[in-house]
Ligand binder design. Structure first.
Ligand code: ADP
Ligand code: MG
Length: 1009
């Protein structure tokens, strides 16, 4: 560790120590200082620094000047007579202080007793013990609790220093912030991780995140290259809150397998719900990790805010998953120690200690504020090198206010008008504030603000310098921190409502002007200031953005909370303004519920939005809400869904917007085709409105999914798959999980009919393997798997899934599951020769009174008809089969589905064959195989060729028969080989009697092809 004067450059933790204090420097400022210190023997030019620290980016050299200024400020360097960094105008800089290779680490120094912290020996010993466990790979979750100013941060700082004694140990810190911080999902975790990622220069941390936690890496926009971002976006599609939490836990475990990590999360009384999820999950996992999480909070504030942190901590402590160190106020002897080291060689009356102790109640912050105040007023002064009390002891007590708040208040009164002005604005801006933010409200030039802040900082009053930071627009500005959050809180509380709201509003307007439209980063901060400034309209706008931001972190519950707050604010708006915004918020609530798979609530929110829009006469908004409502309703109540789009259609007729009309028409036709019945009129309408849309705006992500389903129904599987791909890549970051499932649903249907059963199975099984929120939506994919199993002749397996899915689906109707279940039961009876029973099962599917509409229900009913006819045929009831086959063929030909049509011609072939009408059979099979040639309908194809083989054998055309059998076999293996070699379904399929019959005919040695 390099040392100069009383400073130490800690290159492991990327920080600067001054004695026992951590000096706040931004990562870049630290890098500049480090570079200068490491080249202390010579002059370093600006170009050299730029080349070394900003390779490949263009940076204005002025930036370096700013950074150096910030560093010099942090070091307390004098302008006239620099002790640390000398500036050579137009040439560069040189570090001029003597640099030595430090031998003593800071923790050695603290062990020797030269610490600034008094007492806390037990707490430090406990922490040391926990660290020992952590170093052995037993993760530790520790909460340090106590009132404001009691010394939590001080203890953590001390521990931070002590911990860095261990080689390769990293400490990363994240701070919860008051106000908007609680609305930013994972705020402190992202801060700590971001610091780590930046410090590691894109090394192992980024690598691990890329491999194990892509949902996290993607949050660090500036760190990932454009092409990597795209790949990441693809990878995280359909992710959930659980996945995000799981990923970071796993990544942390990998990262701490070798080198230990201390993760400090400060001021958890302001924590966001997602960070709590993270802490909870991390604490409950059992694997090894050299990890110590240190969280601090004020219990009283947790109770007031009713944060779930309280319950979480109790639960964790109860199960011995975490420990609490509760800090009490200092006792009298500790106060005495404190005075002794603060005022070396002091000559105070003996009762002075007791007085300070009594007055402050042992709260260190109160105590230190009293003492600083006395020094400033000259009540305590140095005479002949000794500190003495300049007044009578009796006179001290009455001059000290009763409470810390009052003392702070009093100190504030004694500041100059400008200083008061600055601090008032600062208290609105936040615990850390920039000169830029103050200059907006205080109308003082930035230079004077900086001077005034530096003055306060030097006099140890209210604030301290926090270095130079980049603002969201790339501008650089000096920052300051309140010395303690209580100072800010006191100042903020004493502002009048009028001033407070004016300051919030000014700040909000400046902030808004300076971030790009649609920029999410500052959304919650802006919402807070607009709300504070009573501009509820803007506040709601930014809350909607903030909720999208949360969705980008898969924190949909946080989104909902933010949106509910927005609804509360909407009540304060005038009716004219309220309608439009409230409808927007309701739509966003519908989106968030939809994304979570809470379909009933989602549909409800959209319907409410539509009704509000109708009442307010806002047609476009009504149209939008009605179409949105269709998506959740399609899953839970297609009848109602179709009624909703029909209503949308009516509204869109009265809106003069051809694109919107086309969109609604397309959706309405699409819904009828998928959920109600196939009709050529609707199919044509669908195509023509789709073409209109494609010419104008193109299809959005949801429209593409419906489009894919229609394409599947027309047998255009490749196009359908492409449309799913396009839909998914368009949704991008934070896309709705349900939409993702919608795309998977279309994709699996296409794969299934193409005979890619193995691929489809992989998708449905991956859905089931994720044991989290996905489960509630798994029912959707499970129906695909049930269907798939019927195709592979695993009827029992199909039934098991259908009967189990009711439990998973819960609130969802399961007509689809019941239908496939009946089909599977029918097949079992049919192949078991129990024709009567088979017919009963198929009839249940056909009974229109029993089941309402559901996804592809008409298609399933056609399948039930087909299998009933098959049953009659197999049972020898030829007359019945004959008429039914003809009418079935007619029905199939009225659809656009080549799979159904092929099966219909195939059936007709077999019926005519059974009637010994070989001419008719020849004609029919020609029709069937003609369709097979044109589409990739592998499942129908093998059956068609198998029938052709039978037919030509009966006709004694053996060569043609053999050729057809081989074709059937090729298709059979196409299906079988789509499965993994050890997938049991492969064997089940190959062993099924109709399949085996085709295969048994060939020479034995081909069996393993
Ligand atoms: N044990 C201690 N010994 C000496 N000073 C302390 C001690 N604890 C706290 N302080 C002083 O009190 C102030 C407030 O403490 P801090 O750690 O910021 O409180 P908290 O984080 O609990 O709100 C600090 O500036 C520090 O100087
Ligand atoms: Mg603190």
């Amino acid at each position: 560790m390099k040392e100069f004067h009383s400073f130490r450059l800690d290159t492991v933790n990327h920080c600067l120590w001054h004695g026992e204090d951590r000096v706040s420097l931004t990562p870049k400022a630290f890098d500049v200082l480090r570079y200068l210190v490491e080249h202390a023997d010579r002059l370093v030019t600006q170009d050299e620094i730029l080349g070394a620290l900003w390779p490949e980016t263009y940076v204005n050299p002025e930036v370096i000047k700013k950074y150096v200024l910030g560093i010099r400020k942090a070091l307390g360097d004098r302008h006239e007579k620099p002790e640390f960094i000398e500036t050579f105008p137009r040439r560069g800089y040189q570090f001029v202080a003597t640099v030595s290779e430090g031998i003593g680490t800071p923790s050695d120094a603290s062990i020797n007793g030269a610490r600034k912290m008094v007492g806390r020996e037990t707490a430090m010993a406990q922490l040391d013990g926990y660290l020992t466990h952590a170093l052995k790979g037993q993760r530790q979750i520790i909460f340090v609790t106590g009132e404001a100013g009691v010394g939590k941060t001080t203890l953590v700082d001390e521990f931070h220093q002590m911990a860095t004694r261990h080689p390769n140990l990293r400490v990363v810190r994240g701070q919860c912030v008051e106000g908007f911080g609680g609305k930013e999902a994972y705020y402190p975790v992202l801060e700590a991780l971001g610091q780590w990622v930046r410090d590691s220069g894109g090394g192992s941390v980024v690598h691990t995140l890329a491999k194990q936690a892509p949902t996290w890496l993607v949050q660090f926009h500036s760190l990932i290259k454009a092409e990597q971002r795209e790949a990441l976006q693809k990878e995280i599609l359909g992710a959930t809150r659980e996945r995000m939490v799981r990923e970071i836990c796993e990544a942390l475990e990998s990262l701490t397998a070798q080198d230990p990590l201390v993760l400090v999360l400060e001021d958890l009384h302001w924590v966001d719900p997602s960070t709590l999820d993270f802490i909870s999950a991390l604490s409950r996992r059992r694997g090894p990790a050299k990890l110590l999480v240190l969280g601090t909070y004020r219990p009283a504030d947790v109770i007031i805010s009713q944060s779930p942190l309280k319950a979480l901590k109790q639960d964790l402590v109860l199960h011995s998953l975490s420990h609490e160190i509760s800090l009490e106020r200092l006792d009298e002897s500790e106060v005495s120690d404190f005075l002794a080291f603060k005022f070396v060689d002091a000559d105070f009356p003996s009762r002075f200690v007791n007085l300070i102790y009594r007055r402050s109640g042992g709260n260190p912050l109160f105590m230190i504020t009293i003492l600083q105040d006395m020094v400033k007023k000259g009540l305590i002064a140095q005479a002949d090198g000794r500190w003495t009390l300049g007044v009578a002891l009796e006179d001290v007590e009455p001059s000290v206010p009763e409470t810390l708040d009052q003392l702070i208040e009093m100190q504030f009164q004694q500041l100059s008008a400008v200083e008061q002005l600055i601090l008032r604005s600062a208290s609105v801006a936040g615990e850390r504030f920039s000169v830029w933010a103050i200059s907006t409200a205080a109308e003082i030039d930035p230079g004077s603000i900086e001077d005034a802040c530096d003055g306060l900082s030097e006099r140890l009053q209210f604030i301290q310098a926090a270095g130079i930071h980049e603002l969201a627009n790339g501008q650089i500005s000096a920052h300051y921190d309140f010395r303690h959050s209580l100072y800010r809180e006191v100042l903020y509380r004493r502002l009048s409502e009028v001033i407070r709201s004016r300051l919030h509003l000014q700040l909000a307007q400046r902030l808004k002007a300076f971030c790009e439209p649609g920029e999410l980063e500052l959304a919650s901060e802006l919402a807070l200031h607009f709300e504070g400034g009573h501009d509820y309209k803007q506040a709601i706008r930014y809350l909607i953005l903030a909720s999208e931001n949360a969705a980008g972190r898969f924190a949909y519950r946080d989104s909902l909370e933010i949106l509910r707050h927005a609804l509360e604010l909407a009540l304060k708006l005038s009716p004219a303004l309220r309608d439009e915004l409230e409808i927007q918020v309701l739509e966003s609530i519908g989106d968030a519920h939809f994304a979570l798979g809470a379909l009933v609530q989602s549909a409800q929110a959209y319907t409410t939005a539509a009704e509000r829009a109708r009442q307010a006469g806002l047609k476009t908004a009504q149209l939008h809400a009605l179409t949105s409502a269709m998506y959740p309703m399609g899953f839970i109540d297609p009848d109602q869904g179709i009624a909703t789009v029909e209503e949308a259609l009516k509204v869109s007729m009265s809106v003069n917007d051809p694109t919107r009309l086309a969109g609604t028409q397309m959706l309405a036709a699409g819904c009828r085709l998928v959920f109600d019945a196939w009709s050529q009129t609707d199919a044509n309408l669908y195509t023509s409105s789709c073409e209109t849309l494609l010419r104008h705006s193109g299809l959005d992500a949801y429209q593409r999914i419906v489009y894919a389903h229609i394409l599947v129904l027309k047998g255009n599987y490749h196009e359908a798959l492409e449309s799913c791909e396009g839909s998914v890549s368009r949704m991008g970051h934070g896309m709705s999980l349900m939409a993702y499932y919608g795309a998977l649903s279309a994709k699996t249907s296409a794969l299934l009919l193409m005979g890619q059963l193995g691929k489809a199975l992989q998708i449905t099984q991956a859905g089931r393997a994720s044991p989290d929120e996905n489960l509630a939506r798994y029912w959707l994919l499970s129906f695909r798997e049930a269907w798939l199993r019927t195709v592979a002749f695993d009827f029992e397996g199909a039934r098991r899934i259908c009967q189990g899915s009711g439990k998973v689906g819960g609130e969802y109707p399961d007509s689809q599951g019941e239908t496939i279940d009946q089909m599977a039961a029918g097949y079992i009876a049919l192949y078991g020769g129990k024709y009567g029973r088979a017919i009963e099962h198929f009839r249940k599917v056909l009974n229109p009174a029993v089941r309402t509409k559901f996804f592809r229900h008409w298609w399933w009913r056609l399948m039930a008809r087909l299998e009933s006819i098959n049953t009659w045929l197999m049972s020898g009831d030829l007359s019945r089969a004959g008429t039914a086959a003809d009418s079935f063929l007619e029905s199939a030909l009225s659809t656009a589905d080549p799979h159904l049509q092929t099966l219909a011609w195939d059936l007709k072939t077999r019926v005519t064959m059974a009637k010994n009408d070989f001419k008719g059979a020849r004609e029919s099979i020609k029709q069937a195989l003609g369709i097979v040639d044109k589409f990739e309908i592998v499942v129908a194809a093998w059956q068609g060729y198998a029938t052709a083989w039978q037919l030509y054998q009966r006709l004694n055309e053996h060569k043609t028969a053999r050729m057809n059998r081989e074709r059937a076999e090729t298709y059979i293996f196409k299906i079988a080989n789509s499965f993994a070699p050890d997938e049991p379904l492969r064997a089940t399929f190959l062993a099924a009697p109709p399949v085996r019959r085709v295969l048994c005919e060939k020479t034995v040695n081909k069996a393993t092809r």
